[in-house]
Design a protein around this ligand. Structure first.
Ligand SMILES: [Zn+2]
Length: 129
């Protein structure tokens, strides 16, 4: 199942055709007015709900949340490794803990950069409609 399908829902909408009701996999119910609309439509033809943009927005929000959590874990991990390396009275652990501190600290850089990019993309898509 694609992200888009997961976000807009995978419910098969029943449509009354000439030969009675038929199931169609290419339609989804509009989240706002429940009108059956095509999966590939940009917006609901009935109420104008921007289904495509909403799907992209949800995706970006989920991505920003994931990156934000990862950033927090890395930063906390770096601080914890630094504290343990400094405070633990075990000399053999100092080098690995400091290494962990630098590795986790260094990894916050690309993750933070990606998080910023995702947030900018989200702001752009929200302001462009
Ligand atoms: Zn609608």
């Amino acid at each position: 199942m694609s992200d888009y399908q997961r976000i807009v829902g995978n419910n098969n909408v029943q449509v009354m055709g000439r030969q009675g009701p038929r199931n169609t996999r290419n339609l989804v119910g509009c989240p706002d007015c429940a009108t059956p609309i095509s999966r590939s439509a940009d917006e609901c033809r009935e109420c104008g709900y921007p289904i495509r943009r909403k799907a992209i927005e949800f995706q970006l929000e989920a991505e920003a949340e994931r990156l934000s959590a990862l950033y927090t874990y890395l930063a906390l991990g770096a601080v914890a490794a630094m504290l343990l390396g400094t405070l633990l009275p075990i000399p053999e652990l100092k080098a690995p803990l400091y290494l962990l501190f630098f590795a986790a600290g260094f990894l916050t850089l690309p993750v933070g950069k990606q998080l910023d990019a995702t947030k900018r993309q989200l702001a752009r898509i929200r302001s462009s409609f």
